[in-house]
Design a protein around this ligand. Structure first.
Ligand SMILES: Nc1ncnc2c1ncn2[C@@H]1O[C@H](COP(=O)(O)OP(=O)(O)O)[C@@H](O)[C@H]1O
Ligand SMILES: [Mg+2]
Length: 262
C-alpha cells in the first residue's frame, strides 16, 4: 500500500491542496484512497467533507485519545474513518482540539500509534495520503514515522528555500531514528510563475544544490480557491483545467518513480 506524507513546516505552501488533489486523482483512477488529516486547522477535512466537516465524529482526536487509555480491545482505526461523497475516497478528519492531546501523547511515547493503525488498514486501502500541520511536532513526527514516501511542497519563497535545509535534516533524522524505509520523493514547486525571474532563480538554486526538485510544477490559479470553496477537488470540479492537468502530471511523475523504484 502506498503511503505518502505531505510535509512542510511552513504554512500556506499547498500541503492540504496537494494532499487532497492527489488523493482525489488516485481515487478517480479506482484506487481505494484515504486522507488522514493531522492538522487542527482541518483544511483537508473541510475540503473533502464541506462546511459540516466537524460533524463527522469520531475523528483523529478520538483515535489518539483512545491510545492514551489502555484497552485490551481498542476500536479499530476504521471507526475513525468516514466516506466522502467521492467514489473510493475516505477521510480520517482532523479536529480543532487535537493540540490539547499533544503533550500527553509525547510523554507517553505514542509516535508509533498512527503507523500501527495504518498497518491495520493495509487490506482496506491502496493509497493513504497524510496531511500535516505547519510545524515539526508530535503529529508531523507520527506522520513521518507512518509514511513510506514524503512529498515536500514549496512556494518559491527565498526564506522557505533556506528553511528547506533544516526541513530535510528533520526528515533524514526521522528516517535514521524511526523509519528506515522513508523515501523523500521530492520537492513540488507550487504556485509557480514561470514568467517571473525570482521564482525561476530560486528553483535553479535548489537544483544547483542538488535538491530533489520534481519536474512537474503547479501554477497559481484562482481555480484552487474555488475548488476549496466548493469542497470539490479539481479532478471533479474542473477535469479539463490546466491546473488539474498539472496535478495529473505530478501524480504520474510520482507513480513513474514508484514503478522505477520497484
Ligand atoms: N496552486 C495554487 N494556486 C492558487 N492558490 C493556491 C494554490 N495552492 C494553494 N493555494 C492557496 O493557498 C492557500 C494555502 O494552501 P494550503 O493548501 O492550505 O497550504 P498548507 O496546507 O501548506 O497550509 C489556500 O488558500 C489555497 O487555496
Ligand atoms: Mg494545510
Amino acid at each position: 500500500m502506498m503511503r505518502r506524507v505531505v510535509f512542510n513546516q511552513k504554512g500556506g505552501v499547498g500541503k492540504s491542496s496537494i494532499a487532497v488533489n492527489l488523493a482525489a486523482i488516485s481515487a478517480s483512477r479506482g484506487l481505494r484512497t484515504l486522507v488522514v488529516d493531522l492538522d487542527p486547522q482541518c483544511n483537508s477535512s473541510h475540503y473533502l467533507l464541506g462546511e459540516d466537516y466537524a460533524d463527522y465524529s469520531p475523528d483523529i482526536r478520538g483515535f489518539f485519545e483512545q491510545t492514551l487509555s489502555f484497552q485490551l480491545k481498542p476500536a479499530g482505526p476504521e471507526q475513525f474513518i468516514h466516506p466522502t461523497r467521492f467514489d473510493n475516497l475516505a477521510v480520517m478528519p482532523a479536529n480543532t482540539e487535537l493540540g490539547d492531546l499533544q503533550s500527553k501523547l509525547e510523554t507517553k511515547h505514542k509516535i508509533y500509534k498512527l503507523r500501527d493503525a495504518l498497518d491495520q488498514l493495509d487490506a482496506e486501502y491502496d493509497a493513504i495520503y497524510i496531511d500535516t500541520p505547519p510545524a515539526f511536532n508530535f503529529f508531523t513526527l507520527s506522520a513521518l514515522v507512518a509514511a513510506k514516501r514524503c512529498l515536500i511542497p514549496f512556494d518559491c519563497d527565498e526564506f522557505a528555500r533556506q528553511a528547506l535545509y533544516n526541513l530535510l535534516a528533520n526528515v533524514h533524522e526521522t528516517r535514521a531514528d524511526h523509519n528506515a524505509g522513508l523515501e523523500v520523493e521530492g520537492i513540488v514547486v507550487n504556485q509557480y510563475q514561470s514568467r517571473a525571474t525570482a521564482p525561476r532563480q530560486i528553483v535553479e538554486d535548489l537544483e544547483a544544490d542538488n535538491l530533489p526538485v520534481l519536474k512537474s510544477r503547479i501554477s497559481s490559479s484562482v481555480k484552487m480557491k474555488e475548488s476549496h470553496n466548493e469542497a470539490s477537488p479539481l479532478v471533479h470540479m474542473a477535469p479539463g483545467h490546466k491546473l488539474t492537468q498539472e496535478f495529473m502530471a505530478l501524480y504520474d511523475e510520482l507513480h513513474e518513480e514508484v514503478a522505477l523504484a520497484v
